[in-house]
Each structure stands twice: as C-alpha cells, then as structure tokens.
Design a protein around this ligand. Structure first.
Ligand code: PMP
Length: 356
C-alpha cells in the first residue's frame, strides 16, 4: 500500500490571475483601483522594522478594537483573520459541523463548495431564479448551516435585507453567515449588521480587500454575538494563534480610522460603476443591477469566452467562469474612469471587427 491512500485530496479553488506588467488593465479580481488610505502609507513608514522579530498580538487586539468602535459593537463581538477567505474557512470549520447539508446558492462564490469538500461538510446548492435572484423559501428546510454573500458574487446583485432577515429568523437552529465582501458598494441599509443584536445565529463577514484597497495585506473579519466569536476563536487558537502579522494589524487599524478617504474612494467607484453600466448597455450588453464593484454582463451576439480571450490579448483582464448557467457571462471589475474608457474602446473595436 502506498501513502497516497492517506492523502486528503481536494479540487482546489482557482483564484483570478495576478498578471505582472505595468500596462495591464486589471479588472479580474475586484480589487480597488485606487491606493489605500494616506493614513496607511504614513503608518507603513512608521512601522518598526525591529519589532518584526516579535510575534503579533494573537487576539489582533488593536485592529479588533478599532473595528468594534467603527461598528459600535463590543470587541468581544469581532474576530479578525487573514482575509475573509480565512475567516469564512474558520467559520465553516466552527459552525458547519452537522450531518445535515449546508445551503448556499448554486451561482455564488466558488470557494464555498471547496471549503465544504476539504472539511468534509455535506452541502446542497439552492438554485437562484432565472434572474439570479435568491428564492428565500428554499432556505427554510432542515440544514446544517447557511452561507449567502450579499451582494452576491459573481452576479453583483443585492438581496433586500428583509429577505436576509427572513432566512435568519426562520433558521434558529443553524448559523447563517452573510458574506458582505461587497456591501460597502451597496448603499445605506444593505448590511445585516444591525440584525446581529436581535439574532444569535447570525454572523456577518467583511473584508479589507475591496472597498479598503488592502487586498495585498489580507485582512478580513467577522462580527456576531460574543458566543459565536468565542467559538470561532477557540477553533482559531487550535490551529494557528498568530494569524495576522504586525504590519497588517497596524495598517488595518490606520485604514479603519481614515473614514473620509474610505468614503471618497467608495463613492468614486460607485459613480464609475453607474457610468460603466450605461456604456456597456450602449454596446448591447445586458446585466442585473449591480450593487458591488463589478458588473456581471452578457451579450446576445458575442460569446463571453471569446470576448474574454480577445481582451486578454489587448492587456485587459476580466473574469470568465466556465461554469454551468454563467459561462455566457463576464465579470468586469469597476476600475477607474480611465480604465473604463480603455475597456469600452476595446469592446467597441472588437465588436466592429467581429462584425456579427
Ligand atoms: N467572499 C466573496 C464573495 C468574494 O468574492 C471574495 C473575494 N474573492 C472573498 C470573500 C474573499 O476575499 P478576501 O479573502 O480577499 O477577503
């Protein structure tokens, strides 16, 4: 017998490409096109090189406190991790420990089934309707937990808070996780955070990778009631006590405290998104009303895969998923206005040349 029988074999998640080169228009991984807050740059210069010999605070104390005060909750209600991927993975391991299946939409963040597989958690996907909308009633049969991104990825669609509340309220025996990676682009009243004080089964997960322009640092966090956060910490301390490094803790705190800059960049992205919607419509693309920092578009006449490949040759990277129901779509990250100009020009040229 070979050792191979004992190996945990998984089909891994495929992250978006991170191409090198200066002249690339990178609209494929929903990063922020603007730099992080000036307060982050200042802190980066002050960051002590000598202190790097020391371990970071295992409880991510300063960052957790800054987040607690930002959201108006207790520090015991916040859990920080290495990107929201790390936080979601910990949450799967902690809260989805039942023989009943975990529910999530069929068209959603493609990492969810991967975590379920690696941790051997049974799961069942629930079909979105033909407009990629959640069917909330599908989530009220017996389950071992629920995870829903809101806005959803890769569709960019926001589910009204009352539908989220319906699912949380009707599942008192399971943990419902709302993955709010893109909620900062969704306007007032979109977040499920205000529900946390009313429902003890709700965990909200956020990231610094999109609206805070800190994908390179890897910071994510969860907010929930004290019990949920304690359970998460118990699992984290059973795997790796020191997750976030010292620079992440310091720079993450600086980002949270620079709220003016945060709001400015978020608003710029929202305004480019609305302008890009008009430009893409004019080119004949159709899409749902994105409330995130990307647009999930399809075209009746041109194949998404071909557009994707053509744009890549032009140095413009967007995301294409060769998956059921969405293989005729492109997910286009909202960049700067200049990047939108370059994209629209390239699409227009492609269509004229293809001449369908
Ligand atoms: N959730 C969703 C829905 C996402 O699209 C992403 C980005 N790939 C993440 C979580 C993870 O983001 P990060 O680990 O950078 O915080």
């Amino acid at each position: 017998m070979s050792w191979e029988a004992n190996v945990r074999k998984v089909v891994p998640y495929t992250p978006g490409e991170q191409p090198g080169g200066k002249h690339i228009v990178k609209l494929n991984t929903n990063e922020c096109p603007y730099p992080p807050a000036p307060a982050v740059e200042k802190m980066l210069k002050e960051e002590s090189y000598e202190d790097l010999r020391l371990y970071p605070a295992p409880d991510a104390g300063n960052l957790v406190e800054a987040l607690a005060s930002y959201h108006g909750v207790k520090k015991e209600q916040v859990f920080a991790g290495v990107g929201s991927d790390d936080v979601i993975s910990m949450a799967f391991l902690t809260f989805f420990n039942s023989s009943k299946p975990v529910f999530f939409p069929d068209v959603t963040y493609s990492f969810y089934p991967v975590w379920a597989d690696v941790y051997k958690i049974p799961y069942e996907t629930k079909m979105l309707d033909k407009d990629f909308r959640l069917v909330k009633e599908d989530y009220v049969t017996e389950n071992g937990g629920i995870i829903i991104p809101n806005p959803n990825a890769p569709t960019g669609l926001l589910e009204p808070l009352e539908n989220i509340e319906y699912i949380v309220k009707n599942n008192p025996e399971s943990i419902v996780i709302i993955d709010e990676a893109y909620v900062d682009f969704a306007g007032e009243g979109a977040s499920a955070l205000p529900l946390i004080s009313r429902y003890d089964n709700l965990l909200v997960i956020r990231t610094f990778s999109k609206s805070r322009a800190l994908a390179g640092l890897r910071i994510g966090y969860a907010v929930g009631n004290e019990r949920l956060i304690k359970f998460l910490n118990d699992v984290k301390y059973s795997i790796n006590s020191y997750t976030l490094g010292r620079p992440s803790l310091l720079l993450g705190e600086a980002s949270i405290k620079d709220d003016d800059y945060f709001k400015q960049t978020r608003d710029k992205i929202i305004s480019t998104r609305e302008r890009l919607k008009k430009d893409l419509s004019a080119l004949g693309f159709t899409f749902g009303d994105s409330k995130s920092n990307f647009i999930f578009a399809t075209h009746e006449k041109y194949r998404a895969k071909e557009i994707f490949e053509h744009l890549k040759i032009e140095g413009i990277y967007v995301r294409y998923f060769n998956s059921p129901r969405i293989d005729d779509h492109l997910r286009i990250t909202v960049g700067t206005d200049e990047e939108a100009d370059i994209l629209v020009k390239a699409l227009d040229k492609y269509m004229k040349e293809a001449g369908v």
